[in-house]
Design a protein around this ligand. Sequence first.
Ligand SMILES: Cc1ncc(COP(=O)(O)O)c(C=O)c1O
Length: 395
Amino acid sequence: MRTPFQTKLPNLGTSIFTEMSMMASQYDAINLSQGFPEFDTPDFLKSAINQAINEGKNQYCPSTGLPELLNQISQMVQRRYQAKVPDEQKVDGMNNITVTSGATEALWVAIQTLVRPADEVIIFDPAYDSYEPAVELAGGSCRHISLNAPDYKIDWSEVKETINSKTRAIVINSPHNPTGTLLSKSDITELQKIVLEHSLYLISDEVYEHMTFDGLRHESVLSYPELFKRAFVVSSFGKTFHCTGWKMGYCVAPTELTVEFRKIHQYVTFCSFTPAQHAIASMLKNHPKHIDELAGFYQKKRDVLVEALKGSRFEILPSKGTYFLLLDYTGVSELNDHDFSHWLTKEIGVAVIPLSPFYQADKLTEYHRNNKVVRLCFAKNEDTLLKAAEILCLL
Ligand SMILES: Cc1ncc(COP(=O)(O)O)c(C=O)c1O
């Protein structure tokens, strides 16, 4: 008799994003849980994708990406991150960039490219939920390092202690979901020392790259040529152009790593949605200001929410980037973050995301004992943010 079917991902259930969004719609709560914009993608982009479709640009494009889009991405990268990088080390579209179906595909392919059975990958909790399943399906395992409220800073000496002969890669994410923190120049310097000394690889998830506040700079790995030699840098047009449902992203890596990345990418999707590639290339070319103005656009939303919450009993943690804000609810409730998020959604009418699912499952009891923090997404219209804040101020 055959053995019963065995799941390859025994620890995975419904994601917290799906769970809270379903609950938000069931109880008609204001949904500040899942991280997507309430407003639409720019009109120019909508016209451009319609135009591409009407002009018959509906067939496969090159697996690596449409040349015009690769060129536009490389120009954007050079303009924003590589002013001080010598010309011969600047990225070029044909050799270093691959267009993918969302950052999710780029992360997946980068991890499959790097990780072999028994390899270990260091990730920092709270961590975005797609890294670990990808590592496990590649036969590897994650070593989790916890970051803690209120500043969620990486202790680089702990990273050094965690590295062993099996360590293959480190995954970083800045600006960081869910905490809204940024890695500083000195973080990147420490990281570079460690990566080079131990011949590790780096996956840098930079999907919120254009959303940093109060004049703070995003320290992209693309500005550090020595570190970039061992890195996959991943980004998402969904975040930048308010079109998360298009699932368009890209990966930037040195030539040798890109060759390997593309071998896998071609058998995952072959190529990503051609009309969207035409539209995004045109948007980048004709409206470069959209990107430059994105930080100010989201900073305004953050400020509206923070100001409106000032009279509440929540402690507002600093959001330096992304479109997320953390609230410490110690002054409001004794519940753990999971139960508190359920209660807030069902009884109070505001859906948020608990932070504990972003941590390693076997550390949850300890986490619940010490932390009372939830995540709010402020990629919403001002009315929505004010209405939610008004309700939260009554608690
Ligand atoms: C940190 C982080 N990485 C990757 C992704 C996935 O991006 P995409 O929708 O482009 O696949 C998200 C989406 O929420 C994210 O927050």
